[in-house]
Design a protein around this ligand. Structure first.
Ligand SMILES: [Zn+2]
Ligand SMILES: [Zn+2]
Length: 363
């Protein structure tokens, strides 16, 4: 095989199949045979053009696959061998700049947001910079995470959303055992945050959603560690939480998408001295119902969280391997490269109902 089939997003809503030449692998890099690539909100935002990366590029940044070829120096640095299954961190890390040495490699001075997998222009050699392809290039500064043998590749793509759940619900707010946690948004990241909070010893976990669109997800929340699931279209979440716990939330995690009222709700749900983690994006500066004075009176901490890190990914893969939560059975749509276009459109809310989890198995 000398070429790999890949999907190139050439312009908004224009995913084109191309055969890209497989690169020569040197001492310091590697090639991944992609077995599965998870989709998140970013995928449909770049597809519709709501996000404006530099087209054209091979999307896909939640890749799991098998090391097809690896150079000697790279194998030693990553501690991987040919045939090993790994998950790929979306960011590259030079390992030597101040940001990398401080552990905040998302702001790596050499790579940063420019070199994220799934966003690099296809005209930068070797072009295979994303997971919507049979093979993905692994550049020297990649971060690879070993995937436990017991996990299938499709379930293993949950390393990304579950890693996010762990970082946003546990690490960033410094969740303490017994904490009352409210999670706004019952999508794959909300369910992941619920499981992560439960696993970290939360005393009570509530998940909220809105209306018929979220009904299936709210019904799943208990299986993922939630004590209470609330449809805010019919129930007041502040009252529901008070009825169930006698109080308010120590931690509120907002993983909603396009829900401008979520911040106002988070402020109402948080107890005095509580912490709010903003990890969802609204796509608008409007925040209906947000009362800044309450942030003052309650002395709230509002923390932004963007992305995940390798520690959270490792913890996610370990938790997935335990099989404790039914991530393998999550309602999920798995498609080959020919099915990506319809899947991404469904996840953008156009056409078919969006699955809780979408995965590409490139063929
Ligand atoms: Zn993503
Ligand atoms: Zn760096």
């Amino acid at each position: 095989m000398t070429t790999a089939r890949a999907l190139v997003l050439e312009a908004p809503r224009t995913l084109v199949a191309r055969d890209l030449a497989l690169p020569e692998i040197g001492d310091d890099d590697a090639l991944l045979r992609v077995e599965a690539c998870g989709l998140c909100g970013t995928d449909h935002e770049e597809y519709t053009g709501q996000l404006f990366p530099g087209y054209a590029f091979v999307p896909g940044h939640e890749s799991v696959g098998v090391v097809e070829a690896v150079g000697g120096a790279a194998a030693r640095r990553w501690n991987v061998r040919t045939g090993q299954r790994v998950a790929v961190e979306v960011f590259l890390s030079c390992g030597v700049c101040a940001a990398c040495r401080a552990g905040t490699y998302r702001r790596c001075e050499r790579h940063g947001l420019r070199d994220m997998y799934g966003f690099v222009p296809v005209d930068r050699a070797p072009g295979l910079w994303g997971g919507y392809a049979q093979f993905q290039y692994l550049a020297p500064d990649s971060l690879l995470l070993p995937v436990p043998d017991s996990l299938d590749s499709v379930t293993a793509t949950m390393f990304n959303p579950l890693g996010a759940g762990i970082r946003w619900a546990v690490t960033v707010p410094d969740l303490q055992p017994g904490a009352v946690v409210a999670i706004l948004g019952p999508g794959v990241r909300g369910l992941s945050a619920a499981a992560a909070a439960r696993e970290a010893g939360a005393g009570f976990v509530m998940v909220t959603g809105l209306g018929a669109r979220d009904a299936e997800r709210l019904a799943l929340a208990r299986d993922f560690g939630a004590d209470l699931a609330v449809d805010i279209g019919t129930d007041d979440p502040v009252r529901a939480l008070r009825d169930a716990t006698g109080g308010s939330a120590d931690i509120v995690v907002d993983v909603t998408a396009k829900a401008p009222a979520a911040l106002g709700q988070a402020v109402l749900l948080a107890r005095a001295g509580g912490t709010i983690v903003l990890a969802g994006t609204r796509g608008t500066p409007e925040t209906p119902g947000f009362d800044p004075d309450l942030v003052v009176y309650k002395e709230l901490r509002i923390l932004g969280a963007l992305g995940v890190d390798a520690d959270a990914y490792r913890a996610a893969l370990d938790l997935l391997a335990t099989g404790k939560y039914p991530f393998a059975e999550l309602p999920r749509r798995v498609v080959d490269l020919d099915g990506v276009d319809a899947l991404v459109r469904a996840m953008a809310g156009e056409g078919d109902a969006p699955p809780v989890h979408g995965v590409v198995v490139p063929r």
